[in-house]
Write a protein that binds this ligand. Structure first.
Ligand SMILES: [Zn+2]
Length: 226
């Protein structure tokens, strides 16, 4: 009950507008409620991936104007994920490093307010998460990423750019270039060995499967430990 009192219930007016039943109201934790949840369950901690994972590269598109909104959504270029997600990603990174590659993160934990902003821009849940449910990014359980060559520091060729809405971005879309096909295969295969599943329509989006009990969070990066 304590958590209920400190959580923000976002969307009360939104849900009353669309007539959702009361029990479906999304619970979104603010910083204070998040800190309390971590005290009860240390696995809920959001880990700074740049500090935890050796050689990881950040290219946080929403901290720039180079994203599908054309607007800077984040004030800082940071990447966080829940502890078990960060640990699994670290193991995948070790595999990639052996192959001469490194993970490059486009986006990881995403504050709930960013999901609301995306919805206000696109207004289509085929392309962006619904504010009614939030997304796994809001729970610190999903990562958008690609691979870079550790020697050249260049991104590996993949089927499309990040956040492309094209059919070619689908994880199983046909690819004529054998190098691109191989790159996408390596990305998906290695991550799947460590508990991640690729999104059907986005080759760069990976959900961590063991995500039960992680709440939607609305804490900007400025409110998290560095
Ligand atoms: Zn994603």
């Amino acid at each position: 009950m304590k958590r209920m009192t400190t959580a923000i219930c976002i969307g009360i007016s939104f849900f009353s507008l669309v007539g959702e039943p009361k029990e479906n109201k999304l619970i979104v934790l603010d910083r204070k409620a998040y800190v309390q949840s971590v005290q009860k369950n240390p696995n809920k901690e959001l880990i700074n991936l740049e500090k935890k994972i050796p050689a990881i590269v950040l290219d946080i598109k929403y901290a720039t104007e180079d994203n599908f909104t054309g607007k800077k959504i984040y004030n800082k270029a940071k990447a966080y994920a829940r502890k078990p997600v960060a640990e699994a990603l670290g193991k995948a990174q070790n595999e990639f490093l052996k192959l001469g590659y490194s993970i490059q993160i486009y986006d990881a934990y995403r504050p709930y307010r960013a999901t609301v902003t995306f919805y206000e821009i696109v207004k289509d849940t085929r392309y962006v998460a619904s504010p009614k449910t939030g997304s796994r990014h809001n729970k610190g359980c999903a990562i958008d990423l690609t691979l870079v060559d550790t020697k050249t520091k260049r991104e590996l060729k993949m089927p499309t750019k990040y956040d492309s809405f094209e059919k070619a971005a689908w994880a199983e879309a046909p690819v004529s270039d054998p190098i691109v096909k191989k790159n996408r295969e390596i990305l998906i295969q290695v991550l799947s060995q460590y508990g991640f599943r690729v999104n059907k329509t986005e080759w760069w989006h990976f959900d961590f499967l063991d995500c039960v009990g992680f709440e939607v969070l609305d804490i900007p990066f400025e409110g998290l430990e560095d």
